[in-house]
Ligand binder design. Structure first.
Ligand code: ADP
Ligand code: ADP
Ligand code: ZN
Length: 216
């Protein structure tokens, strides 16, 4: 069979980016992530899409959703070029979920769950490589040398939106807009709930079992 098409869902801080990197390496699939794509294009002009702000930046700094038209176009383009993928950060509302249905089929849908207080701790302590996007945590997953990426030697940064105020807003946006997406998928045969509050290795082991069970 061709490479797996994996969707990974969960609130901000659940570990989607971290586990997607494992999936990309283990299964040879592309990591398609709207957050990284938008961060690389924060200042693109979206004013012709009839949006409240002229660039993604304003939405992202506040922790609000970037308008659907912008994000749908990014995902459609990325998926059309991928031979197998792990899709991370999309869909974040029911309209995006409907768009996705017209773009591709999925082999497995993973949903990571983590309690709210743990998410706040994970996000405020997160450090991200400026060069390759690898994720670390000052306490839970520290790099070997402080401030330096283990993967590529790049600088680790504290994302602007990983401050407590933006984090709490993103968790509210998740409850309101994205939790219904999980409810929309959770009775499908290819849906697997994973306890995201376990250790990194235990989560990864559950994820591999789920993907293997649905792609064998
Ligand atoms: P998401 O992409 O879902 O927003 P990340 O993968 O960026 O989440 O993880 C958020 C933060 O939590 C990062 O700092 C990461 O190192 C840390 N983290 C991820 N998984 C775990 C885990 N199982 N236990 C503890 N910390 C974790
Ligand atoms: P996290 O997993 O920590 O929430 P992401 O890197 O996935 O962060 O996303 C960062 C920001 O990018 C979001 O707060 C939002 O502003 C924007 N964004 C990412 N994906 C989407 C999406 N599918 N729809 C709308 N906005 C998005
Ligand atoms: Zn790096």
């Amino acid at each position: 069979m061709s490479n797996p098409r994996i969707l990974i869902l969960g609130p901000p801080g659940a570990g989607k980016g971290t586990q997607s990197a494992n999936l990309a390496e283990e299964y040879g699939v592309e990591h398609v992530t709207t957050g990284d794509a938008l961060r690389a294009n924060k200042d693109m002009d979206i004013s012709d899409m009839d949006t409240e702000y002229d660039t993604p930046r304003e939405y992202m700094e506040a922790g609000d959703l970037v308008p659907d038209a912008v994000v749908n176009a990014i995902v459609e383009e990325a998926l059309s070029q991928a031979d197998g993928f792990v899709l991370d950060g999309y869909p974040r509302n029911l309209d995006q979920a409907e768009q996705l249905e017209g773009m591709t089929d999925l082999d497995v849908i993973l949903s990571l769950s983590v309690s709210r207080e743990e998410l706040v701790d994970r996000l405020t302590g997160r450090r991200v490589c400026d060069d390759c996007g690898a994720n670390f945590h000052v306490d839970f997953n520290p790099p070997e040398a402080e401030g330096v990426c283990d993967e590529c030697g790049g600088d680790l940064i504290h994302r602007e939106d990983d401050n407590e105020e933006s984090v709490r807003n993103r968790l509210d946006v998740f409850d309101e807009n994205t939790a219904p997406v999980i409810d929309h998928y959770d009775d499908r045969e290819d849906f697997v709930a994973v306890d995201g509050e376990q250790s990194l290795d235990a989560v990864w082991s559950d994820i591999q079992d789920a993907v293997d069970a649905h792609t064998a």
